[in-house]
Design a protein around this ligand. Structure first.
Ligand code: FAD
Ligand code: NAP
Length: 480
């Protein structure tokens, strides 16, 4: 990923090193971290070899630049000379070379659609494609209509009707002071967390999820909106409060813009975007809400207007150290949600096991709340929470209180570097710990195991779960 720091990180023997399998990051040379890249882009060096000139690139020309020391890649119609970036790419040179001299949009979207390559690679921009290349067909539906009464209603609905019966359509009613937009989804019982509405300046957007597909209706209110629909949409949110939860983890509360409705669904994350020395950096974070939050903070602000995040601040972390420097009232950009967790996994669920390490606890906060309040079939919930020391445990007393109140919940803390006073469980995720923890209460009960933490922790956990005969359907692992 473009935004993952680099060089010898994770250190060769570090637990955070990505294990074999999965999308691997290659060890980068000394002096090739993301920060080093940002420094190079600010150095004034001519990174394209074109002395700042932008050119129109034909497909034939693009094809010629297909070698490591002369490598051009097209992403969404823009061509970049990525040769200077090769050694800085955490996914490795070979990964970049897969798109050498061609349109890499599809490949890029498969691997890291959320990465802000425009900002990261702005000094590598060669120019635009002369002939529009084929780009990945996006699953979002896009409508750019000039509202102010310029299109007759029938024209809009006719266009949409041709596109198939399950597509949402829309209509509007307008007075001198009010525009009401009605979106017809043909679906009963729409959840508030499957609708996102934003209104900024002249742009109105509504996103809705229908049968696992995301549809976007975007209306320009007075003139056509110039927007890149292929990336994630960001809105600027204001930092309202920041409170210590542990010695290094803080609860951040962000306020959405007044005309935005956004509720992040259970198990999904958003991307936060900040400018670090002039380059936009994007990192994923999982909002928290529910009873554990309420135990920590009184009152909790409404979750369609405010978003809460538990974020660990790493002293040398690129994004978190910048985030921690923000003052109350400053702004952070927040993307629309992403993630592949399906709430249908909870249907008829009887036993739920949660395995979390460090801030891998964040998706479990909403899951715990939902499971304990909305799943009548649920008989048992067990959380095994791995941390280094007692001081690292997020919301320990809140979890203990909840377990005391709700007898279906058991919480076990496992520490990898405890003090001599600790008389609880110790060590890392292991067959011995899991086989004891994951004993089913009933023989054929419907079970779900959710796991989240550092990538190697999660990968090892999933392997152990398979060894313990949990099926693929019974496991959900959280990754980017
Ligand atoms: P980085 O710069 O990426 O550094 C991370 C760590 O590496 C730090 O310990 C840093 O000190 C160390 N490091 C950096 N460079 C070096 C080096 N050269 N040598 C040695 N060590 C180095 N995190 C949360 O806190 N809360 C969440 O809710 C959350 N949700 C997430 C959801 C998803 C889907 C994913 C994938 C991750 C989530 N994360 C969450 C993690 C988050 O995205 C970031 O990875 C994290 O905040 C670190 O970002 P950073 O830029 O500050 O640190
Ligand atoms: P941490 O404090 O470094 O580690 C938490 C616990 O996990 C410690 O006991 C640690 O043991 C153990 N651990 C670390 N690596 C391990 C490994 N390879 N195998 C077994 N145990 C291991 O964790 P953190 O700094 O909070 O990091 C949390 C991670 O979760 C981050 O990588 C973040 O990206 C990820 N996360 C992902 C999501 C998501 O995908 N949705 C959401 C939130 C967070 P040691 O003492 O030995 O290190």
């Amino acid at each position: 990923m473009l935004n993952v720091p680099s060089q010898s990180f994770p250190a060769p023997r570090s637990q955070q090193r990505v294990a074999s399998g999965g999308r691997s990051k290659v060890p980068l040379k000394q002096g090739r971290s993301l920060m080093d890249w940002i420094r190079l882009t600010k150095s004034g060096k001519d990174l394209t070899g074109l002395k700042g000139r932008l050119i129109e690139v034909t497909e034939e020309e693009l094809k010629k630049h297909n070698k490591k020391d002369d490598c051009w890649i097209c992403i969404r119609g823009f061509v970049y000379n990525v040769s200077p970036y090769m050694e800085y790419h955490p996914g490795g040179e070979d990964e970049l070379m897969r798109a050498a001299g061609s349109d890499g949009t599809e490949l890029f979207d498969q691997v890291h659609r959320w990465v802000n390559y425009e900002s990261m690679l702005k000094e590598c921009l060669v120019g635009r494609m002369a002939i529009k290349p084929t780009v990945l067909k996006d699953y979002r539906e896009e409508e750019k209509k000039v509202l102010n009464g310029m299109l007759p209603k029938s024209q809009v609905t006719d266009t949409l009707a041709k596109e198939g019966p399950s597509y949402p359509s829309y209509d509007w009613f307008q007075t001198d002071s009010l525009v009401t937009i009605a979106i017809y989804t043909k679906q009963k019982d729409i959840n508030l967390d499957s609708i996102i509405v934003d209104h900024q300046n002249d742009s109105f957007r509504a996103e809705t999820i229908i049968k696992d597909c995301l549809y976007l209706i975007h209306i320009g209110l007075s003139h056509e909106v110039q927007e890149d629909f292929s990336g994630l949409y960001y809105r600027k949110c204001q930092l309202i409060s920041k409170e210590d939860v542990t010695h290094d983890t803080r609860l951040f509360c962000l306020m959405l813009p007044p005309s935005t409705h956004l509720q992040v669904p259970i198990g999904q994350h958003v991307y936060l975007k900040l400018s670090v020395t002039g380059t936009e950096i994007v990192k994923p974070y999982t909002p928290v809400s529910g009873s554990l939050l309420a135990e920590f903070k009184e009152p909790v602000l409404p979750n369609n207007k405010y978003i809460y995040f538990l974020i660990k601040i790493y002293p040398t972390g690129l994004f978190t150290s910048e985030l921690d420097r923000l003052q109350i009232g400053d702004f952070v950009s927040v993307s629309s949600p992403e993630g592949n967790f399906k709430i249908s996994k909870f249907q008829e669920l009887e036993e739920l096991f949660l395995l979390a390490a460090g801030t891998g606890f964040t998706p479990m906060v909403k899951i715990l709340n939902y499971a304990l309040t909305d799943i009548p079939s649920l008989r048992k919930v067990k959380l095994m929470f791995f941390n280094k020391t007692e001081d690292d445990i997020i919301w320990r007393s809140q979890l203990e209180k909840l377990a005391f109140k709700d007898k279906r919940l058991d919480v076990e803390f496992v520490l990898s570097a405890p003090t001599s006073e600790w008389n609880g469980k110790q060590g890392h995720i292991s067959p011995a710990l899991l086989s004891e923890f994951l004993k089913r209460n009933l023989d054929k009960s419907k079970v779900l195991v959710c796991i989240c933490g550092p990538v190697p922790f999660t990968e090892q956990g999933v392997r152990l779960l398979h060894d313990l005969n949990f099926s693929k359907n019974e496991i959900h692992s959280f990754t980017a």
